[in-house]
Design a binder for this molecule. Structure first.
Ligand code: NOJ
Length: 530
């Protein structure tokens, strides 16, 4: 594989298909809509698109409950639409990554219908069935990630089935070789259709403790946390055998040229990096979500970057994520001014960046009125702030009544300021965050130091984090002010001078006095060092 292959050099852009562009007026985005908006992605300059699920689904979890792995839900279009989309994506020199949801199916999947039909059905063992505990009740204390027990009793056959998420999402039994073979064929189905890789849903969940031992209580649990945090998921997730399963998927991808395997993994760093696999036989990119959960403080983030850089196994390639369809949007978390600093951080760190649609518009907190709630998690554990609707609101394209997203009624509300916070308006504004994203992407593309260069920590204090990116003779310094006050940063020793390549602020430039850089409040800069 070339040293700077596309998924190392490039930028991934996540699209939540329900929310990108509707083409038929039903208020829900679709594949044809995405195809019509490819100009935006080309203009922005990203390299690869990752699509959240578009497969046939009852939509209990908006497509993460798959009823047929080899089709397209009519809400999103057809396989022909998919083929047209991938053809045009490739025609523009972009790559297409699709979501693969192997941990669970929909309870409406044919496999599960068969499995639940009788205890001796040949597909019974494709899912995780257990007798009730000796005194009655669920077989163990495993919880659902969306609240409540992880086991549901099936009256007809007198056993419980396990579901790490909704009861409509029964977990597959990956210890069964037939399940593995069937799922490998699903991968091949899409690989042959030309997809360039997969983002694998909850990959660390795939294997469970063979003895189904209870999870221990979580001593740090607090009442404002989700139900799932009551216990530590040490027996229901992250089992040693999972790495064999992932290596099996990886072998399937390796039957094809230059495809990428990305794993969704929410684990601490030391566990996360094991997902590169023994001798890098695992995920090419175990998603690194550490920035999402880190306090937005220069010192903490600098320490995180150093720790991550130090933890990646030899030959492993880093990656960074600021948000996705499950997480509070970055601008909602750190505010509008710091969202621009966050953009610079994401696009100048060493490792593949994944952007989330709408972050380039700086979409922040969106209020979802109770009667507009869609997310099943919010419905199960209401009012606690776990709902994911705010980060799934439609993309805003122009100042028309539904922001150019649909001619109908959008499935989730738009932001109140969509008349100005939209692509058409912000493209024309040199000071917009959209323009900043585009410039950052262009800068990253122009300088190999930023995409594939080395990372060298330079300076960190309570307010500022600065680092170098180096490639060949080129040395770039990135200096980020995490505070709302002016700060100074020493330039690295021995540097004769520096030119500002880009500032996150709309106008003016930071001052360089001798060996010192003066950053304005909330400013990030990229400098070329002499
Ligand atoms: C992770 C996905 O990102 C999330 O949206 C989904 O609800 C769960 N996995 C279950 O598939």
């Amino acid at each position: 594989m070339p040293e700077n292959t596309w998924w190392k050099r490039g930028i991934v852009y996540q699209i939540y298909p329900r929310s990108f562009q509707d083409s038929n007026g039903d208020g829900i985005g679709d594949l044809e809509g995405i195809r019509r908006r490819l100009d935006h992605l080309a203009w922005l300059g990203v390299d690869a698109v990752w699509l959240s699920p578009f497969y046939p689904s009852p939509m209990a979890d908006f497509g993460y409950d798959v009823a047929d792995y080899c089709g397209v839900d009519p809400i999103f279009g057809s396989l022909d639409d998919f083929d047209r989309l991938i053809g045009e994506v490739h025609g523009r020199g972009l790559k297409l990554i699709v979501d693969f949801v192997p941990n669970h199916t929909s309870d409406q999947h044919e496999w599960f219908r068969e499995s639940r039909s009788s205890r001796d059905n040949p597909k019974r063992d494709w899912y995780i069935w257990h007798d009730p505990a000796p005194g009655g009740g669920p077989p163990n204390n495993w919880n659902s990630n969306f609240g409540g027990p992880g086991w549901t009793f099936d009256e007809a056959t007198g056993q419980y089935y396990y579901h790490a998420f909704l009861k409509e999402q029964p977990d597959l039994n990956w210890r069964n070789p037939k399940v593995r073979a069937a799922m490998h064929d699903v991968l091949r189905f899409w690989l042959r259709r030309g997809v360039d890789g997969f983002r694998v849903d909850v990959i660390w969940h795939l294997m469970k403790d063979e003895g189904f031992r209870d999870n221990p209580p979580n001593p740090a649990y607090q009442a404002d946390q989700p139900d799932i945090n009551r216990t530590l998921q040490i027996h229901s997730t992250d089992q040693p055998e999972v790495h064999g399963v992932i290596a099996g998927m990886r072998r399937v991808l390796d039957e094809f040229d230059d495809r990428v395997l990305i794993g969704e993994i929410y684990l601490p760093l030391d566990r996360l990096v094991t997902y590169y696999g023994e001798n890098l036989s695992g995920a090419h990119l175990p998603f690194n979500f550490q920035l999402i959960h880190m306090a937005w403080r220069a010192g903490d983030i600098a320490a995180l970057v150093e720790e991550y850089e130090g933890a990646i196994p030899p030959g492993g390639w880093p990656n960074w994520v600021l948000g996705n369809h499950d997480q509070t949007r970055i601008a909602a978390r750190v505010g509008e001014a710091q969202a621009r600093v966050a953009a610079m951080l994401l696009l100048t760190l060493r490792g593949t960046p994944t952007m989330y649609y709408g972050d380039e518009l700086g979409i922040g907190r969106v209020e979802i009125p109770p009667d507009a709630v869609q997310d099943p998690w919010e419905r199960n554990e209401p009012g606690l702030g776990f709902g994911r609707d705010p980060q799934r609101t439609p993309m805003q394209w122009d100042d028309s009544p539904s922001a150019g997203f649909t001619t109908g009624r959008p499935w989730l509300p738009l932001t109140p300021d969509h008349g100005t916070r939209n692509v058409a308006a912000m493209r024309e504004d040199p000071g917009s965050i959209l323009t900043l994203y585009r410039r950052l992407i262009e800068l990253r593309r122009r300088h190999l130091a930023l995409s594939v260069g080395d990372y060298v920590g330079a300076h960190a204090d309570g307010q500022v984090f600065a680092y170098e990116r180096r490639f060949g003779q080129e040395r770039l310094l990135v200096a980020l002010n995490f505070s709302h006050a002016a700060q100074t940063v020493p330039l690295p020793e021995g540097v004769a001078g520096a030119q500002v390549l880009l500032s996150t602020l709309a106008s003016g430039e930071p001052a360089i006095h001798g060996q010192e850089l003066a950053l304005r409040p909330d400013e990030g800069v990229v400098l070329a060092l002499d």
